[in-house]
Design a protein around this ligand. Sequence first.
Ligand SMILES: [Zn+2]
Length: 111
Amino acid sequence: MTLPNCPECKSEYTYEDGNMLVCPMCAYEWSPEDASGAEEEKVYRDANGNVLQDGDTVSVIKDLKVKGSSSTLKQGTRVKNIRLVDGDHNIDCKIDGFGAMKLKSEFVKKI
Ligand SMILES: [Zn+2]
């Protein structure tokens, strides 16, 4: 494993000290987690502001028109085992009678 260069002075002579990385050239210390540039984990919230997670069961809070179908997803429809994805419609799911579809988290609430 190669250690990242110092973010302050770009020195490559960095070393690990416990959970921190240390630069001997400019004495800068930092946490490798901060420096990794890891994307902040996205948080998805339902209509009530509760955090949603993969596998949650939610219910639809209002009638929703289904794209490419004449049917409407009725308020109160239960959606099991949701999967959160990036995008405008951030819930991937399968609904009985509809099949695979995407929903917006703001139109559901966690059960
Ligand atoms: Zn440095």
